[in-house]
Ligand binder design. Structure first.
Ligand SMILES: C[S@@+](CC[C@H](N)C(=O)[O-])C[C@H]1O[C@@H](n2cnc3c(N)ncnc32)[C@H](O)[C@@H]1O
Length: 238
């Protein structure tokens, strides 16, 4: 028998109000959303709020799906540490007792750590594929049809690839939060030779430059811990 991490929840009054009834405290700690003593710091509160915000849409969509013996399928592209996938599983798929979540991610160390975490928590219907979004359309590890496609701050053109994936997999729903800042910043850098001074792009360029250096929107090191880009818009560096 598999030994799973305890899903024991601490007394409700000892936890921040953001932690929902029945939610795995162990998961939130393993994702470093909660500290060891069950506290939320400002960055993780923001990340949790972001994921809950998406979850409220995704939950409604999952409830709209026709019932099927195998349950719903969801593919999360550019999964990073899979905050989104884990929280959707914990809040919806776990109690449902069927359905599968697939995390698609190019960074092998993130895929491996997600696999290990899912195993430790007993989240048996989570799969993690170490392929690009584009490659995943051909993967034999994925079913022919996927019900819901998500992509939260997938870098560069990965969101476009996620849309192509969704069309090919006849997805019923796609929930996409593009990461356009890296692409925009690169385009602006490439356009340095152009004289932007008298165009509206000048103020956009200045705004992007200030966002990139702002301590509110970027980490001191200036790089996202997932995609290693200084211009990534995933502010908590998932
Ligand atoms: C900014 S992070 C977002 C992670 C996660 N979705 C979140 O919001 O917490 C983007 C992730 O997408 C991955 N990624 C970038 N391009 C990709 C691609 N073409 N296929 C799969 N993963 C990709 C990166 O390695 C990184 O982990």
């Amino acid at each position: 028998m598999k030994k799973h991490m305890s899903k024991h929840t601490a007394p409700a009054d000892a936890l921040p109000p953001e932690v929902r009834p029945g939610q795995s405290v162990e998961l939130l700690k393993q994702l470093h959303i909660l500290t060891r003593d069950g506290k939320l710091n400002q960055d993780s509160r923001r990340k949790l709020k972001q994921v809950y915000h998406l979850f409220q849409f995704i939950e409604k969509l999952l409830l709209e799906l026709p019932d099927s013996p195998q349950g719903p399928t969801l593919a999360d592209h550019g999964a990073g540490k899979s905050y989104l996938g884990f929280i959707i599983y914990d809040l919806f798929f776990k109690a449902l007792g069927k359905g599968t979540i697939y995390g698609i991610e190019t960074r092998s160390e993130l895929v491996e750590s997600s696999r290990q975490l899912a195993e430790r928590l007993g989240f048996d219907r989570m799969r993690f594929l170490n392929v690009s979004v584009a490659e995943s359309t051909q993967s034999s590890e994925l079913p022919e049809q996927i019900d819901v496609v998500t992509a939260l701050h997938a870098c560069d053109t990965a969101t476009d690839d996620a849309i192509a994936f969704g069309l090919q997999k006849k997805a019923r729903f796609m929930v996409l939060v593009p990461c356009c800042q890296a692409e925009l910043a690169r385009a602006l850098n490439q356009s340095k030779a152009l004289n932007l001074q008298r165009t509206p792009l000048r103020s956009i360029s200045a705004r992007v430059a200030s966002l990139r250096s702002s301590p509110v929107t970027s980490k001191p090191a200036g790089r996202c811990s997932s995609c290693s880009r200084s211009s990534c818009s995933s502010s908590t560096g998932s």
